[in-house]
Design a protein around this ligand. Structure first.
Ligand SMILES: Cc1cc2nc3c(=O)[nH]c(=O)nc-3n(C[C@H](O)[C@H](O)[C@H](O)COP(=O)(O)O)c2cc1C
Length: 215
């Protein structure tokens, strides 16, 4: 029954169009435009993106992280460098990001190389976060098994007590940002009858080559 329902569920897409002749020549600029439109549309977490990494044997893993900055060189997210994703990026910095904005019938794919940003930059961002989030980052060994939630909450309270007079906490040595420098970006706009618009930017010899892809 459930399977039958899934098989008949389908949306027709007709909100927007995307043409290779009118996109911005630089994909980061095109991303800025689409992010602004997603923010203006008041979507929930418009900066949420799926991050794919691979393990040492080439096995892929994904999880969602938040885009925190768009730079001319790429996009920045923050995490625990010792987490599963951090270890995988250490081993293989090639990553892929995906934004899905269903309400706009859009997705964006970014393939690139993840580089750690400077600790000074991470510190600035870390200390701009709410104090509870800073405590949370110190309290959690992200991706490590933990016997119970009680232990996590105890660690949180101890840190809260330790730093109760400070306005902010120091940057944990294992926490910071990654800049993903793209080598390929694809902008996908849903269209009627599954004839979707796909515009791909590929970096070749330092220039962005723009092509339309079949849907
Ligand atoms: C909407 C959303 C936003 C998230 N943002 C982040 C983030 O910016 N950084 C982060 O480390 N984890 C974030 N997470 C948690 C990750 O998805 C993931 O559970 C965590 O980073 C551990 O991943 P790993 O074990 O693969 O390293 C977010 C989760 C969701 C659902």
């Amino acid at each position: 029954m459930i399977t039958a329902d899934l098989a008949t569920m389908r949306q027709n897409y007709s909100l927007h169009e995307l043409d290779e002749s009118s996109v911005d020549p630089h994909p980061i600029q095109q991303l800025r435009t689409w992010i602004s439109e997603a923010v203006d549309s008041q979507l929930l977490e418009p900066n949420a993106m799926t991050l794919a990494t691979v393990d040492a044997s080439g096995g892929p893993t994904t999880r969602v992280v938040l885009l925190k900055e768009i730079r001319d060189r790429g996009v920045v997210f923050y995490t625990n460098y010792e987490s599963r994703k951090g270890q995988q990026i250490n081993h293989n910095p090639r990553v892929c990001l995906n934004f899905l904005w269903l309400e706009l019938q859009r997705q964006v794919r970014i393939e690139g190389i993840a580089h750690r940003i400077d600790d000074e930059e991470s510190k600035l961002y870390f200390q701009s976060r709410p104090k509870e989030s800073q405590i949370g980052a110190w309290a959690s060994r992200q991706s490590e098994p933990i016997p119970s939630r009680v232990i996590l909450e105890k660690r949180f309270r101890e840190l809260e007590e330790k730093y109760h007079e400070e306005a902010y906490l120091p940057l944990p040595p294992y926490w910071g940002g990654y800049l993903v420098e793209p080598v390929l970006m694809e902008f996908w706009q849903g269209r009627m009858s599954r004839l979707h618009d796909r515009v791909q930017y590929q970096l070749r010899d330092g220039s962005w080559i723009i092509e339309r892809l079949s849907p």
